[in-house]
Design a protein around this ligand. Structure first.
Ligand code: RFL
Ligand code: PHB
Length: 390
């Protein structure tokens, strides 16, 4: 079998790239080792930048997102028992973010792919990119005991942090930059109304907490926890108590509790692999970089990578120019590192680190004080939070 672009991974980056390629008349195939249901069962990001929203529209998959997503003009930083609102809309000259779950975005892209007739293969075993350094790359995979081979022009590695694409690159050709944080996030989903109409990011002596949402009746809450924390030790009651303790009183009083239907612990990590192109193999999204979720950037970075790669592929097939493909890694990494910096900075400012000295603590307090009393500082935060342009 032959196609123009094999996309490894059916997460948001693979599906978004696939949809843009299909609409441009470029033949592509999506391969994923997981099942559709497994992918749609993962609860992850919730905040979309305007650039991501624009790309969903370009992919003609944005109708439900516009109907059901919640536009947010600001969020709160809570510390010292008080809220300090960051007016995203006012500080950025009219920009906002959209609250719409990654699960829903993925479902919309899967539905549109199915309608377009483009092929996807789920539960593909032992997927392997081959010969991407030469002119005739191909991808092999196993399904129902049979090994298949797909010849192609290019391979897009959209297979997340634990995928096979990055691991297929010889070690000497790739450089990794990594920072692991000494804590994780314990998150729950519950069908209860959110504590506030906007997100609340709380810095508290007991640790960070975040009040987010998926809709006006579904809340997503997170609390910072030690890395070795066991999920089994956290029944709902303990979670609600701890969340309330970390919020200012006026929010704590308004927490509506109820049974959670999802609970998980995610470690926090910053990671970047350079470069993001190896001749005919391109790394996209989490396959190339990971950010801690504090800045809500992971999914949005996947979208900007897709934008740059799609432009390059489109130019290649339409204009017979490789300029866009040659520029891909540099353009993507320029934006990636700024989001890595922003996510690291938000994480450092809002969490309690196990080995914080009195000096570090005072610096953190000064940072928050500066941010909430200087329009220039708040503008820099807002500019990054709504997303740098691409
Ligand atoms: P994904 O979504 O991980 O999709 C990769 C796909 O590749 C498949 N795959 C393979 N297929 C074939 N062969 C293999 N060997 C394969 N290995 C993997 C997987 O089954 C999967 O379907 O990567 P993508 O598309 O680049 O999208 C990136 C986003 O998912 C990610 O950046 C965000 O979800 C990160 N993230 C968050 N970002 C935010 O902006 N806000 C958040 O609140 C937030 N929370 C999270 C997160 C990521 C988490 N992870 C990775 C565990 C919470 C968690 C728990
Ligand atoms: C979420 O709703 O899951 C979410 C929102 C904002 C973040 C991280 C996660 O910074």
């Amino acid at each position: 079998m032959r196609t123009q672009v094999v996309i490894i991974g059916s997460g948001p980056s693979g599906l978004l790239l696939g949809q843009l390629l299909t609409l441009a008349g470029i033949d592509n195939l999506v391969l994923d080792r997981a099942s559709k249901d497994h992918i749609l069962g993962r609860v992850r990001a919730g905040v979309l930048e305007e650039g991501t929203v624009r790309l969903m529209d370009e992919a003609q998959s944005g109708a439900r997102m516009h109907a059901e997503g919640l536009p947010h003009d600001g969020f709160s930083l809570a510390f010292d028992g008080r809220d300090h609102r960051i007016d995203l809309h006012g500080l950025t000259g009219g920009k906002r973010v959209l609250i719409y779950g990654q699960t829903e975005l993925t479902r919309d892209l899967m539905d549109h792919r199915e309608q377009s007739g483009a092929s996807s293969i789920y539960e593909a075993g032992n997927v392997k990119p081959n010969d991407f350094d030469g002119h005739r790359p191909y991808v092999t995979y196993e399904k129902d005991g049979v090994t298949h081979r797909i010849d192609c022009d290019f391979i897009a590695g959209c297979d997340g942090f634990h995928g096979v694409s990055r691991k297929s690159v010889p070690e000497r050709a790739i450089r990794a930059f990594e920072k692991v944080y000494p804590f994780g996030w314990l998150g729950i989903l519950a069908d209860v109304p959110p504590v506030d109409h906007e997100l609340v990011y709380a810095n508290h002596p007991r640790g960070f907490a975040l009040c987010s949402m998926r809709s006006l009746t579904r809340s997503r809450y997170y609390i910072q926890c030690p890395l070795d924390e066991k999920l089994a030790d956290w029944d709902d009651e303990r979670f609600w108590d701890e969340l309330r303790r970390r919020l200012p009183a006026h929010h704590a009083e308004r927490v509506v509790t109820g049974p959670s239907f999802e609970k998980s612990i995610a470690p926090l990590r910053s990671f970047v692999a350079e470069p993001m192109r190896f001749n005919r193999l391109f790394l996209v999204g989490d396959a190339a970089h990971i950010v801690p979720p504090t800045g809500a950037k992971g999914l949005n970075l996947a979208a900007s990578d897709v934008h740059y790669l799609f432009e390059g592929l489109h130019e290649h097939y339409q204009d017979r120019s490789n300029a866009g493909l040659d520029a891909y890694s540099g353009r993507a990494l320029g934006r990636v590192w700024k989001a890595v910096r922003f996510s690291w900075w938000m994480t450092t400012m809002l969490h309690r680190f196990p080995e914080t000295s009195d000096f570090d603590q005072k610096i953190q307090e000064a940072e928050l004080d500066y941010l909430t009393h200087s329009r220039a500082a708040a503008m820099a935060l807002a500019e990054n939070y709504v997303g740098l342009p691409f």
